[in-house]
Design a protein around this ligand. Sequence first.
Ligand code: GTP
Ligand code: MG
Length: 619
Amino acid sequence: MPEPICLIDSDENGCMCVRREALEILEQITQPVVVVAIVGLYRTGKSFLMNRLAGKNNGFALGATIESKTKGIWMWCVRHPTKEGHTLVLLDTEGLGDVDKGDEKHDTWIFSLAILLSSSLVYNSMGTINNHALEKLHYVTKLTEHIKVKSGLREDDQSTEFMSFFPSFVWTVRDFTLKLELEGQPITSDQYLDKALKLRPGSSKRTEQYNLPRRCLREFFSPRKCFVFERPTTEEKMSQMEQLKDADLKSGFLKEVGDFCSYIFTNAQAKTMREGLELTGRMLGTLAETYVEAISNGQVPCLDNAVESLSQIQNKRAVIEALDFYKSEMSRNVQLPTETQEDLSEIHTDIQREAVNIFISGSFNDVEQRHQIELMRSLHSVYEEYCRDNVETSRKMCKSVISRVFSTLETELRKGSYMRPGGYTEYRSAQERAIEQYRSEKGHGLMSEEVLQEYLSEKEGIGFNILAADKSLTESQQEIERLRLKAEADEQQRMALEEQKRRTKQQDKDQERAYEENKKQLQEKMKRKTQIAMQDLDRVLNAKLEEQRHLMENGFKDRAERMQRDIDNLKEKEKKLKMTWSSLISTALETIGTAALFFLPGPGKLVGFGLSALSKVFK
Ligand SMILES: Nc1nc2c(ncn2[C@@H]2O[C@H](COP(=O)(O)OP(=O)(O)OP(=O)(O)O)[C@@H](O)[C@H]2O)c(=O)[nH]1
Ligand SMILES: [Mg+2]
């Protein structure tokens, strides 16, 4: 994507809408996305910093006047510089708090959307992190009214869940002129942020007011990180920063920007919903649409509803796309008839693997593997049709080759040319020549011996008649020939049967492989999802424990005790996940195995074995 485009805009009635062109771009992104959003007061160098994350000096438009520049939410999708297979989505937002605009509600929605859509949130401010700067971040205190985890959950309970799906938090302080020192000792920028977010003991109204934004930041976001930047250059040059080269910027500033970028590249995670559900670019598009639609309808965006609508939309699509891919690749690569069943099976196996991969990476929260089973069933029936067509096409071709190579012999038969002394030997050699010719020709496919056998067995009686009419042969010679004809017919039948067996055996093997492939890819996806979910639980649990310590140390015993409930819940969740994850995966695999029983006769036989073996895999 060469330049940023607008993702979320306001229409003429002031209603928020998602821009079609941006959705079309997200549509193309089937990789997981790392989403970094920047928010903060207007005219504070946000767009400049986002351009740096894209590795560019310009892109997101910068403004040199006091008038705010960025409107709505802009998006720039670039290749992730360090995370292989991921796309970095940068979201630059409209500056908050523009007095001319004076629309507090709109600002809160922009802030909420940035949180809902990102996996890393950068809050950008000027000068220092002081009370004033924190008061400007009052949007964070409104989040409980603007974001819902589950419909029907109490506001209090909602906010305890925020940390599990809120992005990580980075505070960037621009034009920072102070020394990072505390009581004469140098401190890091993170310690500086920690100090600024320290709660003040007491319960007076003023203290509560002071603590509120700090408490929200501490309770909703983890990990938290801070970067401070000096002024980038001299006052005169500042207005044309877009044109300036790195050499015109202060080296200290450049280093800070570099540190910030490499922190984001290394630490910003792929965007997930709950329980390790990773989002691709196109899912992010649907998510943006879902949230913006809720806001436009005067509702509060709800995470659970979003998961529900995402899974409905994405899973159906994933099935269609995987199946379309399979059909189109098969028709591009397969030419019927194939010489053997293995030839068809090889192409099918490769394309099927890719199709399952398309489904697995595009599916989202596929409850009870319903959609995967649907895909397996459809792939199976399309492949079966190919197998049937292959047999039919080959049969037709074999028949046409037979009628060509046996045509002279047939004419002579009709004329009765072989019904004379010496005719049997002539008939036999004409037949052998025709068979040889038939077998030497390629391209009539996998039914070759079966169709030949059918033809020869039709003609078997004629052979015996010619033999009986050939008076040049003695009685015993005729007997020997009769036995020979019989043995040859048996041999031909054996070959035909062999061919048929190989074909059905290969088809059974293909079905087994289909099941194995689905199993393998599902297992990988579920393992990955569990791993992310566990890491996430760990992250939230540690942050809550840390927070509890902080509360205790600062005299908020009651709050610390209340937090214990969250901590216990998280520990319980973690314990349960640790105990059940392997059986969850086995159950999912069992589900597709059981379904496969009904439509894949091949693996059906195997499933019993497969399932008992599974328990060993997860021990
Ligand atoms: N003082 C100062 N100015 C900066 C810094 N970085 C960029 N600028 C300049 O500040 C002006 C505004 O920069 P933008 O990046 O457009 O700021 P913004 O926060 O995106 O502004 P809005 O989109 O209007 O909210 C431009 O002239 C930039 O060159 C900085 O670190 N300090
Ligand atoms: Mg801007």
